[in-house]
Design a protein around this ligand. Structure first.
Ligand code: ZN
Length: 178
């Protein structure tokens, strides 16, 4: 299994509109290996989501899976998912503020408003069409990862830049009170 080096904020690949994948590509063994390596990299980095631009590939592909981590002990688990060419069909007007970080900016944390519910469609790792409604914290993770495929980073979504802080300050001032 391969652990990719992650691209960091400032790398132009994180600002590009990623390319659509063809269904033929999804059915190759190279693709299956890529997905495995992305999950492997995400788990090694203690992440809960990873988009292809974060490993330097400008493709509309992201993996996610939420399980409680050291940094987010109160996380609600979300089943692992592979998203190919995802599209948000509807996003609730109701939004919720919560803290976010990004593996491409490991030392930062900030408060980001996100829709509490989204309708999303994508192909899974087998090229099967999936359409579903995602709510709560999972909806936040989906929105963060899908943003990556459009060159959008969580700091772009922040309403109050004064909440931007380092991981150390976040742990000291926020995490210990959760
Ligand atoms: Zn990210």
């Amino acid at each position: 299994m391969k652990k990719y080096i992650l691209t960091q904020f400032g790398n132009p690949v994180l600002r590009k509109e990623a390319k659509r994948l063809l269904l033929d590509t999804v059915h190759t063994s190279a693709f299956r290996q890529l997905v495995k390596d992305m999950f492997f990299t995400m788990h090694k980095e203690q992440g809960i989501g990873l988009a292809a631009p974060q490993i330097g590939k400008s493709l509309r592909l992201a993996v996610l899976g939420v399980r409680p981590t050291k940094f987010r002990p109160t996380l609600h688990p979300v089943a692992p998912a592979v998203m190919v060419n995802p599209k948000i069909l509807h996003a609730s007007r109701e939004v919720e503020d919560d803290w976010e970080g990004c593996l491409s900016f490991p030392d930062g944390r900030g408060v980001v408003p996100r829709s509490t519910s989204i309708a999303v469609e994508y192909w899974d790792e087998n090229g099967e069409h999936v359409q579903k409604t995602v709510t709560g914290f999972a909806a936040r993770v989906f929105q963060h990862e899908i943003d990556h495929l459009h060159g959008i980073l969580y700091v772009d979504r922040m309403r109050n830049m004064r909440t931007l802080c380092t991981l150390a300050e976040y742990e000291k001032r926020v995490l210990r009170f959760r």
